[in-house]
Design a protein around this ligand. Structure first.
Ligand SMILES: Cc1ncc(COP(=O)(O)O)c(C=O)c1O
Length: 480
């Protein structure tokens, strides 16, 4: 018996065994290329084994080579069947969220605004991940056409929005309830304009997304806050305070952030029901900003405000966009969903007055692809983001126990209590950038209740988050 030959055969086995998981993880076209490589490797090993005179080694390598050939053949066949439309492509594509993709020099607001290249930016709410492949493919096809004139919004767009919200959120939407516009901030601003007159008040729950303040102010209104109450590691609504503020006759609108940025809350059915009832009793219309609705972690469920009852649907307006979840904020597209025709007519008018009634072709194409074909990517993204949050929690529990991080039920924005440092948030933001090379958001951007807090954007490769946390730790150790 020739042991060298057998060893060669076994080596082939081991090599293919090691690479096999990579092959099944690889994308469709790549995996075919890999199988060809293995086939070639099998043939080479078979010839080598024969050369050293081992029939056994040659047989093992030959069998492996044949099985590789069979796999390639199968992939071709499957592709043909998919093309003929016999069955949809079922093959799972695995996305690599660990990949470090340089963003400097792409005019990224988050990256290219940093004063120097050593800073890790973890502030603006977009992600350092490439979007879903179907979205990129659809955009590429549109770019290849080369003509980028004014666009209309086709039926396919409405079907994609309606299908997505029915499938994923159990929200019934009809085509004429949808008003598209160039972003959720323009949407919120136009809806405030439609529902208020200057001097009216808008109820919010601070700390809350900073542009809420400017949208209210820019429409000549006044923000009235019912601050969220800290409860252990999370935040809850002070319903007595909320009811008292909603009863103010000047309060015409409640601007709900659901899920909540930056508190990380995914509101429960009971909470939404109670907020809704208080608003209905006081004739307050609800604007529900649900831009973060896709980014909800296991154990929690996003409940669209308008899905709670026909009455709630008639007295509310929902603002949504695929931009946060699919990382296409730069493509500037969003939808306002209003079931009530009277509300819709006012909003239509405000959208036209504000001149935000046009969208760009890329936003339309990307929305259709994201909602129709992006679910697989989204599921993997959510599980990666959850991993990042768990990583941060474990890191802080071990090394930064004096810096509690609020429970993250939804969004990729973690809210960290840094009051132990006794510094103002804005000073902390500056010093962290200067002394530690990380850029976080000062908590006071989200209202006075954010004093002493910082907001972390966790939507980046884990290695980058780890580096950011280590830099923060170094900063803290130099301070305390
Ligand atoms: C609650 C909320 N609404 C709206 C936006 C921004 O929406 P857009 O970029 O579509 O204007 C953000 C961005 O972070 C957000 O957190």
């Amino acid at each position: 018996m020739n042991f060298t030959g057998i060893l060669i055969g076994l080596a082939t086995f081991v090599i293919i065994g090691i690479f096999h998981p990579i092959v099944i993880k690889a994308e469709y076209h790549l995996s075919k290329r890999c199988w060809w490589l293995f086939l070639l490797a099998g043939i080479v090993f078979a010839v080598l084994s024969l050369f050293v005179g081992s029939v056994m080694g040659a047989t093992i390598a030959g069998v492996l080579a044949f099985s590789c050939f069979w796999s390639v053949f199968e992939l071709f066949e499957q592709e043909k069947r998919v093309k003929r439309g016999w069955f949809p492509e079922k093959r799972r594509r695995n996305y690599d969220f660990d990949e470090i993709i340089p963003r400097r020099g792409t005019n990224s607001y988050e990256w290219d605004s940093a004063p120097n290249d050593d800073i890790i930016p973890l502030w603006v709410a977009d992600m350092d991940f490439r979007t879903a492949k179907p979205v990129i493919d659809a955009l590429r096809k549109r770019v290849d056409h080369g003509i980028f004139g004014y666009t209309r919004v086709p039926d396919e767009y409405y079907d994609a929005v309606i299908g997505w919200f029915s499938r994923r959120h159990g929200l019934h939407i009809e085509k004429d309830w949808i008003i598209y516009t160039s972003g959720v901030v323009p949407a919120v601003s136009a809806v405030i304009k439609a529902l208020t007159v200057p001097g009216d008040r808008v109820l919010i729950q601070t700390p809350v997304y900073n542009c809420f303040f400017s949208s209210i102010r820019n429409n000549g209104c006044e923000a009235v806050s019912s601050p969220l109450r800290r409860m252990g590691n999370t935040f809850e609504i002070d319903f007595d305070d909320f009811a008292a503020k909603a009863a103010d006759p000047k309060v015409k609108v409640f601007l709900l952030c659901s899920p909540h940025n930056p508190a990380g809350r995914v509101w429960t059915r009971a909470e939404l029901q109670k907020m809704g009832e208080i608003c209905m009793e006081n004739g307050v219309t609800v604007i529900s900003d649900e831009i973060h609705c896709e980014l909800v972690y296991p154990g929690y469920k996003h409940i669209p405000f308008a899905s709670l009852s026909p009455d709630f649907a008639a007295h509310s307006v929902t603002c949504v966009s695929p931009s946060k979840a699919f990382n296409i904020a730069g493509l500037q597209i969003a939808d306002i969903v209003a079931a009530d025709p009277g509300l819709r007519a006012k909003i239509d008018r405000a959208i036209n007055i504000n001149e935000v009634c046009d969208v760009n072709p890329f936003g339309v194409i990307a929305t259709i692809a994201a909602y129709n074909e992006g679910e697989e990517w989204l599921e993997q993204l959510i599980s990666y983001l959850k991993g990042n949050y768990d990583f941060m929690k474990a890191f802080c529990a071990e090394k930064l126990p004096e810096f509690p991080v609020a429970d993250l039920q939804g969004t990729y924005l973690a809210w960290m209590d840094c009051r132990v440092l006794g510094e103002k948030s804005e000073v902390l933001e500056e010093e962290l950038m200067k002394d530690a090379g990380i850029w976080l958001n000062a908590g006071t951007m989200y209202g006075a209740e954010g004093e002493g807090w910082l907001r972390w954007n966790l939507a980046c490769p884990r290695a980058r988050l780890e580096e950011g946390l280590n830099r923060f730790l170094g900063f803290v150790r130099r301070r305390i």
